[in-house]
Design a protein around this ligand. Sequence first.
Ligand code: RAM
Length: 356
Amino acid sequence: MKHPLFRRALFAAPAAAAVLFASACGGTTIDDAQDSETTGPTGTADPNAEIPEGLNIDFLPKQLNNPYSDIVNAGGAVAVEELAGNFTERGGTEPTADSQVEYINAASQAGSDVIVIAANDPDAVCPALNEARDNGSAIVGYDSNANCTDIFVNQSSDELIGTALVEMISEQIGGEGTFAVLSATPNATNQNAWIAAMEEVMAENEEYADLEMVDVVYGNDDDLDSFQKMQGLMQSYPDLDGVVSPTTVGVAAAARYVSDSEYKGEVAVTGLGTPNQMSQYIHDGTVEEFALWNPSDLGYLAGYAGAALKAGQITGAEGETFQAGELGEYTVGADGEIVLGEPTRFNADNVDDFDF
Ligand code: RAM
């Protein structure tokens, strides 16, 4: 399995199938969101099963106007094209479960063979996903899982991401002090899992005994909201040593706020960001280091995994393998999880070597 960060040229984001607006996102909280699960395998895998041409593969990101999801789904579109399937991207501009339910139903009614979803809530999308499964769709979680997917394509393991985040903030504030988390939405399975992993890493390692996570606030993967939450954090905690934002939207907004404030060089900003969005803040001295994976590879892997699942090459049982195009062979892990690889760290030495 190879993980070059840069393999394919980036493609323009496919146009949305439709855009609806929805508000309100009820549902679960951080406490019950972190142990997302797949439904468990059914049937027997046939590793030699052919992937039929013409599969309808629908990608439902958390939201459409997010540069991160654009890159992920462009990678998905490449995979679907290689598999001679039909790629459709569906979603609204707000990261809510409510809006996703409408797009799940629309995909199902349009005869979707595979729904690939980054869930905005681990449970609220499940009745619709279960109905879509009954109607013939294979259900793949990617980026942010729901509790009713058949498999989950994770960008990295939660533990590796949590560890990278804690290591970075610890290094950047000298091993002791306070930091806050600027997250995405309160119900996001992925961010909640990463925050929980950070807490675990800190609790289990003596070297982090002097690090304190003082707050978690939510910018809802909205640039302005995240910017204002960052501003609010500095008002609430004027002595804060750092901020960890495990979302590409949040970390870019936090860096923009700090870069133009009295806190530049005083408050560490790190998290998960794209090199293109973060490069200027590395060069102006606001940010020392941040991490990510290749978002394009995540979408590409999810496309191949979904087709393998629909074709019966895999069922979601641990140990099954499948070929993911130019990424090579992947193995299904425990709980139907397929892990893309390790996060990469970006700093002044390498940030300009990447273009995403
Ligand atoms: C944001 C989204 C996405 C997450 C990345 C790191 O773009 O919240 O779900 O995986 O950040």
